[in-house]
Design a protein around this ligand. Structure first.
Ligand code: UDX
Length: 429
C-alpha cells in the first residue's frame, strides 16, 4: 500500500522505515533539504538501534523514498501520516503550528480519497481540527478521513516496538478508514482497538501520564525507604509480583525525562484545567519528579561533604540508556544544579556528549568514563548505560581522588564496590 510520511523526526522516520519493511511503498517528506539529502544516502541523524539498517535495506529495495516535495508525495499515497513535532509552548500546551501547516499542505495536494493519520501526540480534539482545516483549505472537493493512530515507541527500542506493539489504537468515526488502517497493519500481531478519535487521543496521554505516575510513585517510596531503612529494589520486586501492579516502571532513579513524559504530563494537566478539572494527582507527579532531581543533588552534596570546589565525574547525560536524546534529561538538570552550586563537573556519555554540549557549557567533556572520573572527589552515575556497569572499578578507584560513588540509577553492585574500598550511595536503599 502507498504511504506518505510527513516529518522525518524520530516517530516519522521509524514509522516510515518500518512500514516499508512490512512491504508497503513509503515516501517520507521533510522540508529540511540537508536532512533529506543525508537520508537519501542512508545516513540516519539519530542514534536508534537497528534504524539505520532498516532504512538502508528499504532504500536499496526501492520501498523507501525521501523527498522535499510534499505535493507529489501526498498525491501518490493512499495513507498520509502526520508525524511532525508538537513541542510544549510557554504554558505547557502542545504547539500545533506544524500540524496545522501540514494539514493545509495536504489539503492543497489532495487528488482523491485518502486516509490522513495523525501520529503526533496532540490534544484531544485535534483529529477534528485537522479535518476542519483540510475541509476549509481544499481546492476541489475530495473525500478523505482523518484518523488518530497514536504511537507508543520507546526511544532505544523503537524499531522493535513498531513490529511488536502491545496494541494498535485506531481512532476514527469512519468505518471505511478504520478498515483500511486494519489492512495496513495486517501482519502485526497485536490487539487492535478501534475507537472514536477523542478516546484514541486520550489513550496516548492517559498511558504516558500513568507510566510517569508509576515512576514518581516509586521515587516517593524510595525516599521513604531511605528514611525507614528499607530497600526500594526489594519493595518494587515484592509489589511487581502482584499482576495488578506489574514489575515495569518501578525502578527508582533520578526521575523521568525525555521528549514525551514531561511534555505529555504538562499537556494533560492543561487539557484538564481547560475542562474545569483540577488534576492534582498529576500535578503531584511532576512535583515529585522535580524534587527527585533536587534530592539527587542533595545526596551528592552530602556524599561529597559540600559542593563548592568539589570535582565531580558524571557518567551519563542521556535521559535514559541507549539513546543520544538529552531532552528534559534529569542527568543534564542535575549536572546544571551541581555547576550552579560551585562544583567542577567533568561529564561523559557514550552517545550524548555533543547533544548536551551547548546546555552544559560550564562542564568539561571527557572522551571516556575513566577520563571523566580522573581526580574526582565523587563519581556520579546518571544514566544506566551498560558500559558503566562493566567498568574496571579498580582502575576507576586509582584514577579518583576520593573513592565515593553516587549511583542515581541503582545499577552498580554496592557489595563489589565497598569491597574495593568505595563509599557507595544508591537511591532508596
Ligand atoms: C515513552 C513511552 O514509554 C512510549 O510508549 C511513548 O510513546 C513515548 O514515551 P521514552 O520517552 O522513550 O518512551 O522512554 P521510557 O523508556 O518510557 O522512559 C521514560 C523515562 O522514565 C526515562 O527518563 C526513564 O529513565 C524513566 N523511568 C522509566 C524510570 O525512571 N524508571 C522506570 O522504572 C522506567
Amino acid at each position: 500500500m502507498d504511504c506518505c510520511i510527513i516529518g522525518t523526526g524520530y516517530v516519522g522516520l521509524v514509522t516510515g522505515a518500518c512500514l516499508a519493511d512490512m512491504g508497503h511503498s513509503v515516501t517520507c517528506v521533510d522540508r529540511d533539504a540537508a536532512k533529506v539529502a543525508a537520508l537519501v544516502r542512508g545516513e540516519v541523524p539519530i542514534y536508534e538501534a537497528e534504524l539505520e539498517a532498516v532504512v538502508r535495506r528499504n532504500l536499496d529495495s526501492g520501498g523507501l523514498l525521501f523527498t522535499g516535495d510534499i505535493r507529489s508525495a501526498v498525491a501518490g499515497a493512499e495513507f498520509v501520516f502526520i508525524t511532525v513535532d508538537t513541542p510544549s509552548d510557554a504554558e505547557g500546551n502542545a504547539d500545533l503550528t506544524h500540524v496545522d501547516e501540514v494539514a493545509r499542505e495536504i489539503a492543497a495536494a489532495l487528488d482523491g480519497y485518502k486516509v490522513i493519520i495523525n501520529k503526533s501526540t496532540v490534544p484531544v480534539g485535534t483529529t477534528k481540527r485537522v479535518e476542519r482545516i483540510i475541509e476549509e483549505s481544499m481546492r476541489a472537493h475530495h473525500e478523505f478521513d482523518v484518523v488518530s493512530n497514536p504511537e507508543f515507541l520507546r526511544e532505544g527500542t523503537a524499531v522493535f516496538d513498531f513490529s511488536n506493539p502491545a496494541r494498535i489504537i485506531i481512532g476514527s468515526d469512519s468505518q471505511k478508514a478504520a478498515m483500511r488502517m486494519t489492512a495496513l497493519y495486517r501482519g502485526l500481531d497485536a490487539p487492535l482497538l478501534i475507537t472514536d478519535p477523542a478516546s484514541a487521543e486520550m489513550i496516548k496521554y492517559a498511558s504516558n501520564a500513568f507510566l510517569a505516575t508509576k515512576v514518581s510513585y516509586i521515587n516517593a517510596i524510595a525516599d521513604l525507604c531511605e528514611a525507614v531503612g528499607a530497600d526500594v529494589r526489594e519493595v518494587s520486586l515484592g509489589m511487581g509480583y502482584d499482576d495488578r501492579i506489574g514489575f515495569e516502571f518501578l525502578k527508582a532513579g533520578p526521575g523521568f525525562g525525555g521528549s514525551c513524559f514531561p511534555k505529555d504530563c504538562r499537556a494533560l494537566l492543561n487539557i484538564a484545567r481547560e475542562n474545569g478539572y483540577d488534576f492534582n494527582l498529576l500535578q503531584g507527579v511532576l512535583v515529585v519528579n522535580r524534587e527527585q532531581q533536587e534530592r539527587m543533588v542533595a545526596k551528592i552534596e552530602r556524599a561529597a561533604g559540600g559542593l563548592q570546589g568539589t570535582r565531580i565525574g558524571a557518567l551519563g547525560l542521556a535521559f535514559k540508556a541507549n539513546t543520544d536524546d538529552v531532552r528534559e534529561s534529569p542527568a543534564v538538570a542535575i549536572v546544571k544544579m551541581l555547576l550552579e552550586k560551585g562544583a567542577a563537573v567533568t561529564v561523559y556519555d557514550p552517545e550524548a556528549n555533543d547533544n548536551a554540549a551547548e546546555e552544559l557549557a560550564g562542564a568539561e567533556f571527557a572522551p571516556d568514563a575513566y577520563a571523566a572520573v580522573k581526580d574526582a572527589d565523587v563519581l556520579v552515575l546518571l544514566t544506566e548505560w551498560d558500559e558503566f556497569k562493566w567498568l574496571d572499578y579498580g582502575r576507576v578507584l586509582s584514577a579518583m581522588k576520593s573513592p565515593v560513588v553516587v549511583d542515581t540509577r541503582n545499577c552498580l553492585d554496592p557489595v563489589v564496590l565497598r569491597k574495593l574500598g568505595f563509599t557507595y550511595e544508591g537511591v532508596g536503599r
